[in-house]
Design a protein around this ligand. Structure first.
Ligand code: SF4
Length: 223
């Protein structure tokens, strides 16, 4: 029987990406081999309890309630930690897809995306130099992202991160294929500075902030 160490399963509002504001059931798996300097989920490095795949799917189903299919219907996101560091994560994604709702995956882009089902919405966090984990990036992951569906996220610590990210995107033309999200590290880079630079530089990227931290504060888990 396939088992996963689960840090938490909770029902909240998606705080990031193009689905921000939509109700979402989050499944947070335990464990991450990265150590980003600004990590806000260190509690997911080790804490959690084991659950069988079927138990996870059943709990998600209960939290989602009756099936809904509109553009803003509740959906489910697998997150961490780093979900793809956990063996069997693609199987869990496939099982969640069978619930019939949208399924999203939040990943650092440090692990191979090839085994992830194409229709899973991949929100890929391209770690910047400021994170301390930029070298973990797997460039081949760009070949496994679906244009028009998947998203590339940059969490920027400072101006050097902004300059680096802008150059990285321009070299590859990624903003012609994917939604590119630039967000400031919470409590780090000034959001107004970032928004103004994006506008002044005419970047085809989407500014975002972590909605859940604005609503519930930065310290609260499970939201
Ligand atoms: S990849 Fe995510 S969970 Fe892992 S250290 Fe970085 S921010 Fe934290």
């Amino acid at each position: 029987m396939v088992r996963f160490k689960v840090n938490e399963i909770f029902h909240s509002i998606q705080g990031e990406g193009t689905r921000a504001g939509r109700a979402c059931v989050f499944v947070r798996l335990t464990g991450c081999p990265l150590r980003c300097v600004y990590c806000d989920t260190q509690y997911a490095f080790y804490e959690g309890g084991f659950m069988e795949l079927a138990e996870i799917v059943q709990e998600v189903k209960q939290r989602l309630g009756p099936p809904q299919y509109g553009p803003d219907a509740p959906f489910v996101e697998l997150t961490g930690g780093e979900p793809l560091a956990i063996p069997g994560a693609p199987d869990l994604l496939r099982a969640l897809q069978k619930l019939g709702c949208e399924v999203a995956l939040e990943t650092a882009g440090s692990h191979d995306l090839a085994p992830v089902p194409k229709a899973v919405i991949k929100i890929v966090d391209r770690k910047t130099p400021g994170s301390g984990e930029g070298h973990r990036w797997l460039e081949s992951n760009l070949d496994h992202m679906v244009p028009g569906q998947d998203e590339l996220k940059f969490v920027l610590l400072d101006e050097a991160d902004y300059t680096w990210s802008k150059a990285w995107c321009a070299e590859r033309g990624v903003w012609d294929r994917y939604t590119v999200l630039f967000s400031p590290v919470h409590g780090g880079l000034d959001p107004a500075w970032l928004a103004e630079r994006i506008v002044a530089d005419r970047l085809p990227v989407r500014f975002q902030m972590q909605l859940h931290k604005l609503v519930w504060g930065p310290e609260r888990n499970g939201v």
